[in-house]
Design a protein around this ligand. Structure first.
Ligand SMILES: Cc1cc2nc3c(=O)[nH]c(=O)nc-3n(C[C@H](O)[C@H](O)[C@H](O)COP(=O)(O)OP(=O)(O)OC[C@H]3O[C@@H](n4cnc5c(N)ncnc54)[C@H](O)[C@@H]3O)c2cc1C
Length: 337
């Protein structure tokens, strides 16, 4: 049921930036989304679909119709001997979905445990962690296209998934309200433990080589490595791992023998943004209320009532330093509004 709130409304976000929206609406259906889109049009303000704000750097005020999806349902669309096809409401908490699937014996999502946010946001940046990305499981994304005033379903290919990318971040940004996502999960364990930090944990002997073991290892690794947004407000990785051409990677490796390099299938090489920032000596660097996390160089924290301007100024300083030192351009991962 659409519930229009015409007073300023605080917008929750894990970086704990103070932000008020002109309007905020909770929707569950195509009809709700259509009504919200019409209301935004009538008021001459843009529509902005948000989840938990764990990948956003928000301004103090959003003169927009902020829309959040309320549907948290999980429906079995198809069940066979080997796999299951689920339709999950975009409002479902991501980690709760991972936990539920594991309990029900639907495997695959374990490596993506404890990523903050809602199911509806997961396809937007094709969430990924510990060697797995969402696109391995997505069959279709369903929603409402405000620009065409049409209900639409996109199959995985149409979503144009890539590393932290999709069509929802590009062509369909701010016009497509994701209402539900279909996932195909296996009924037999599918372990993917090649990612070095995960492999090291599994090899410690503390975790069984089972989906539950991988889930626990990922949760423990994340709790140890990443600052908890509830205590140190942050948006996770602030920069994408840069993809550079092989020539530059070789040149850098000659200068820095410990530079982590991950060759990609397209002949480019992925570098570790955290390593580059760390090597610039920026861990603990602060500007206004924003600080480069002491725990993880890729994370920017709100330490003391930081503003969006503080966070962006610190990000700019980091980008300049990495560019000057390594000739590598970093790109922000969260959306700057
Ligand atoms: C501590 C921490 C760790 C993190 N670790 C990871 C990680 O390991 N891997 C990773 O990939 N990300 C990670 N993130 C980033 C973040 O959790 C993900 O991007 C998540 O999917 C964002 O979900 P959200 O509901 O908070 O979306 P929001 O931040 O509210 O929105 C993100 C984007 O999605 C759009 N959007 C949201 N919902 C919808 C919808 N229903 N329809 C259309 N568009 C929508 C918004 O417009 C916005 O552009 C981390 C963040 C934190 C704070």
């Amino acid at each position: 049921m659409t519930n229009f709130a015409f007073a300023d409304h605080p917008v929750a976000n894990t970086l704990a930036l103070t932000c008020e929206a002109a309007n905020l609406v909770r929707v569950s259906s195509v009809d709700d989304a259509r009504r919200a889109s019409e209301a935004a049009g009538n008021q001459g303000i843009p529509l902005l679909v948000l989840g938990d704000g764990s990948n956003l750097v928000l301004p103090p005020r959003l003169n927009a119709m902020v829309l959040q999806v309320a549907d948290e349902s999980i429906e079995i669309v198809e069940e066979g001997a080997h796999d299951v096809l689920l339709r999950v409401g975009a409002g479902k908490n991501w980690h709760e979905l991972v936990e539920t699937c594991l309990k029900r014996g639907w495997f695959g999502l374990e490596n993506l445990a404890l990523i903050p946010g809602r199911v509806g946001a997961a396809p937007v940046q094709n969430i990924g962690a510990y060697g797995r990305e969402l696109d391995a499981f997505v069959v279709a994304v369903h929603g409402y296209d405000c620009a065409d005033d049409a209900e639409r379903s996109l199959d995985a290919e149409a979503c144009e998934f890539a590393y932290r990318e999709s069509i929802f971040k590009n062509h369909l940004r701010d016009r497509f309200v994701i209402l539900a996502v279909d996932f195909r999960l296996s009924k037999s364990p599918q372990l993917h433990c090649e990612y070095p930090a995960l492999r090291a944990r599994m090899d410690s002997g503390a975790y069984p080589e089972t989906p539950e073991g991988v889930f626990r290892a990922v949760v423990d690794q994340r709790r140890q490595r990443l600052p908890d947004p509830a205590r140190q407000p942050n948006v996770g990785s602030f920069f994408k791992n840069p993809l550079v051409d092989a020539e530059l990677a070789t040149e850098l490796q000659e200068r820095y023998s410990d530079l982590p390099c991950f060759p990609q299938s397209d002949a480019r090489v992925k570098l570790s943004a955290a390593w580059l920032i760390d090597r610039c000596g920026l861990r603990g660097e602060s500007l206004g209320g924003a600080m480069v996390s002491e725990q993880h160089a890729l994370v920017l924290e709100n330490r003391a009532n930081a503003t969006q301007a503080d966070v962006l100024a610190l990000a700019k300083r980091i980008k300049e330093c990495v560019l000057d030192t390594f000739s590598v351009e970093l790109q922000e991962e969260p959306r700057i509004l």
